[in-house]
Structures are given as C-alpha cells and as structure tokens.
Ligand binder design. Structure first.
Ligand SMILES: C[S@@+](CC[C@H](N)C(=O)[O-])C[C@H]1O[C@@H](n2cnc3c(N)ncnc32)[C@H](O)[C@@H]1O
Length: 270
C-alpha cells in the first residue's frame, strides 16, 4: 500500500490549488490519502509520486479530472435547501417577470438546475411568470456534466419532490429503468450544461436574474472564496437573487449585497 509523504501531499495540494482553487490544510492529508489511495491501487501504480507525475503531465488522459472528482464531493439532490426555492417562488410571484435567466454555477449532476426548471415550469403554467425562461448549469467536472445532460436520476435523489411534480416532470419506464426516472424533454430543452472553472476568469455569459453558487465555496480558502463570489456576481443583474449554501456562512465580497435570508441575497442597484 502506497504512503503519502508530506512533500508529495504539498505538491498535490499546490497543483489542486493552482488549477481549480481547492484548498487543503495540513490536517487534510489523511483525507487526500484515503480518496486517492484506492485509485492509485486500481491504476496499478506504485506510489503517490507516480500518480502526481500522471496528473501533472500534459497527457494525463483525463486523470487530473478524476483526481478533482475524488477530492471534492458532487453530493446534491433535488430541492436541497427548500427555503431558497420558496423564497424564489415568492419573489417571482410578486414581480411576475416575463423573462428569466438562471445560472446554477456548481451544478454537479444537475439536480439544482432541474429543480429550478420544475419550479419555473409550474409558475409559468399558473401564469405567474412568462414563457421566456432558461437555465444554465456549469461545473468543473466533465463526468457530472455528462450525467446532467442525460438527466437520469435514482428516485431517492428526488425524495423532496412532491408526487404531483414527479408525475408531471419525470418519465418512468421508457428511457429509464427500475428505480430511475428521467427528466421530461419539456424541461430538458430549457436547461443547458457547460464546463466552467470558477477559479478562472469568466467570460461574459450573463447577465442572469438568479444565480445559485451553493455548496462549492467550502472547498476554497477565504481569499479564493471572495474572488469567486465577486467574479460570479459580475454576471448577476442589479436586483438579482444570489444563493449560497446555508452552511457556508458569511462570505466577504466587494459587491454590495442585501441579506434576505440565510444563504440568500439580493444584488444592490436595481
Ligand atoms: C457539493 S456539489 C454542489 C452541487 C449543488 N450546487 C448543490 O448545492 O447541491 C459541488 C460541486 O462543485 C464543483 N466544483 C468544485 N470546484 C469547482 C471549480 N473550481 N469550478 C467549478 N465547479 C467546481 C464540483 O465538481 C461539484 O460538482
């Protein structure tokens, strides 16, 4: 069994920090070792040094991406933190926008983007918003984005979805086997996915009326957190809504924000 020594741990964490902003304190060596160890064994490599050489190399065959996936968690589920969806519903019911553009900025498998699509489709059907709405989901991981585009989910991940919504917006049987559902094409056509590293400059992809940046800031150190938040907020319209994970605490940033509820903000200047 390979052993992770301090210098190699530091080189791995420097590589991850420089490329994707992931920050690991010294105490995280056991975590890094336990996440990468089984992968090193599966690849038949002898050491963490060999693995580092592989993910540093110009032709890593996608292994760098695998390492990022192993060191982060893609955990997500439909209607996670339901108070945020309730706030969004109340806001849209009050303002009744004719068009709406939403960004799920660390979308993982797409649960957040499709939850929002279910909500918006229902509000449109009730005449509370117009028909011109669309959603963009982005993530650093190819693997989760491929899965998000397929939009097939174990029912367990939709445990917070009401039975009526499940019935209206998901397909069972055709295109999905037992215990799985697929999001209806009617919703899928409203949602696009693309790869985007939040730690690199973001080209102009907005402006958005609503941005979710939930449960990703936990991986970044305080400086990177603020930079990422300010960068993402350049894509939000003045007056737009911004959501982070409720467990992510107060995130200092230069962009003026009004606090609406835990993890929910409005950008100043509407
Ligand atoms: C725990 S999931 C959050 C999913 C969803 N937003 C939610 O709250 O349920 C965190 C996601 O952040 C992505 N991620 C990590 N670092 C990133 C970066 N630098 N740029 C973009 N996405 C990143 C991971 O690939 C992962 O899918």
């Amino acid at each position: 069994m390979a052993t992770l020594n301090d210098p190699t741990f530091r080189r791995i964490t420097e590589l991850m920090y420089g490329a994707v902003g992931l920050s690991f304190a010294d105490g995280k060596k056991p975590l890094v070792s336990s996440r990468l160890g089984p992968r090193i064994q599966r690849l038949g490599l002898d050491s963490y040094e060999d693995y580092l050489a592989l993910i540093e190399g110009p032709e890593d065959g996608g292994e760098f991406q695998v390492a990022v996936d192993l060191l982060t968690t893609n955990e997500t589920y439909f209607f996670r933190e339901p108070a945020h969806y309730a706030l969004l519903e109340a806001e849209l019911s009050a303002t009744r926008p004719r068009s709406l553009s939403v960004w799920s900025a660390a979308s993982s498998f797409g649960d957040e983007a499709y939850s929002t699509a279910m909500l918006l489709a229902d509000l449109q059907q009730q005449g509370r918003i117009g028909s011109d709405w669309r959603i963009l989901g982005t993530d650093i991981s190819d693997r989760v984005l491929r899965s998000a585009t397929e939009a097939i989910y174990p029912l367990e991940r939709l445990r917070m979805v009401t039975p009526e919504r499940l019935h209206r917006h998901c397909l069972r049987g055709e295109g999905a086997s037992d215990g799985l559902v697929q999001i209806h094409p009617r919703l899928r056509e409203r949602v696009r996915f693309g790869q985007l590293n939040l730690c690199r400059p973001v080209e102009s992809i907005g402006p958005f009326d609503v941005i979710f940046l939930r449960n990703v800031l936990i991986y970044f150190d305080p400086t990177t957190k603020s930079e990422v938040v300010d960068r993402v907020l350049t894509q939000l319209r003045p007056g737009g809504l911004f959501f982070i994970g409720t467990a992510e605490g107060r995130v200092p940033c230069r962009t003026p924000l009004q606090v609406l509820a835990p993890g929910a903000f409005r950008k100043d200047g509407a």
